[in-house]
Write a protein that binds this ligand. Structure first.
Ligand SMILES: [Zn+2]
Length: 335
């Protein structure tokens, strides 16, 4: 967040603008998207997208949420939308991917504050225990000793001498690889890892570890956490043919339902990308709702199968948290 945005949110918060907006928020609901919670703030290429917030930051977010909103499980919010009940004053907390730190650092805080959450699990990640491809890539960029890497397919030369250069190269290559079909994608990932000279296992930090199946079961049994589906392989569904996309949606629901012994009601699109074809598949598979990215408050009248989410960042102070939750930040003030 830039200095200007920070100061603008602080002024809005001090002058009571965020409180006023919250009062007139009506049925527009902040549905928060987290990925992980770590013991301390982590920087560099390993956490360059700030997917993992520190436990201290997460606790501050929970305290603010608890003081100003009624946090409900996503399935409860979906039931309100379906039944026509007003979700006024509600907020929702969700996690994507299925990291082990959801159990070790987020879950104790959720219990401490009595805040429910929905954890979207990538079935292969948790059942097979291997890392997500994006994390393998980030670990490889963090570990490489190369001072540059030339992409043989495009000829582009990526300098890798500083952390900033590694971050820039990682983000660009990740977004390019995301767009490939599954076979090209797998080969391109392995080629890139080999090219960076770190081998197939660059030594993954604990930050990237998946939930163990028994941890997912334990959280689901607590009643405070509901497990949702984030597909089987965490591939962009738009890159798959329709039958393959449908299989991801249907079979992850079956596998995760068997894993936790409860029906899986909620779905999260990998990369947040929904489309009318995909929302139809998710509804037909028996889910009651699905979340996309959106980067705004969820509004009544939208589809239950493309619920908008927004994210809090780890260096958000109370003013930025308040500005995000009331919708001020989504208006574009220095986002
Ligand atoms: Zn994800």
């Amino acid at each position: 967040m830039g200095v200007f945005a920070r100061k603008a949110y602080q002024a809005a918060h001090r002058l009571g603008v965020t409180a006023l907006m919250r009062r007139f928020q009506g049925p527009r609901v902040p549905v928060l998207m987290y990925h992980g919670v770590s013991s301390k703030r982590i920087g560099g290429v390993l956490n360059c997208e700030k997917k993992h917030v520190s436990a201290g930051d997460f606790e501050r977010h929970l305290r603010f949420l608890k003081a100003h909103y009624q946090v409900v499980p996503l399935s409860t919010y979906a039931a309100m939308l379906r039944g026509g009940a007003s979700p006024r004053g509600c907020a929702v907390v969700t996690f994507d991917d299925g990291y082990e730190n959801n159990r070790s650092f987020a879950f104790p805080l959720l219990k401490k504050y009595g805040v429910p959450a929905t954890v979207f699990v990538t079935a292969d990640f948790v059942e097979k225990g291997g890392p997500l491809w994006v994390d393998r890539l980030a670990a490889a960029f963090a570990a490489t000793a190369l001072s540059s890497w030339a992409d043989p397919s495009s000829g582009t030369l990526y300098p890798l001498t500083s952390e900033d250069e590694k971050v820039a190269a990682y983000l660009e290559l990740k977004s390019r690889l995301k767009r490939l079909g599954p076979r090209d994608h797998a080969r391109a990932v392995e080629d890139l890892l080999r090219g960076l000279g770190v081998g197939p296992d660059p030594g993954l930090p604990r930050l990237y570890a998946p939930l163990k199946p028994e941890q997912a079961r334990e959280m689901a049994a607590s009643g405070l956490v509901e497990i949702g589906s984030h597909c089987c392989r965490h591939l962009a569904l738009a890159t798959l043919d329709p039958d393959d996309a449908r299989r991801e949606i249907v079979s992850s629901r079956e596998r995760l339902g068997a894993l936790v012994g409860k029906p899986i009601e909620c779905f999260s699109y990998p990369n947040g990308e929904a489309s009318p074809i995909l929302t139809g598949m998710v509804e037909a598979a028996g889910y009651s709702c699905a979340v996309a990215e959106g980067l705004r408050l969820d509004r009544p009248g939208g589809s239950r199968f493309a619920i908008a989410r927004l994210a809090l960042k780890e260096d958000d102070d109370e003013a930025a948290v308040a500005a995000t939750l009331c919708g001020l930040r989504a208006l574009g003030m220095g986002r």
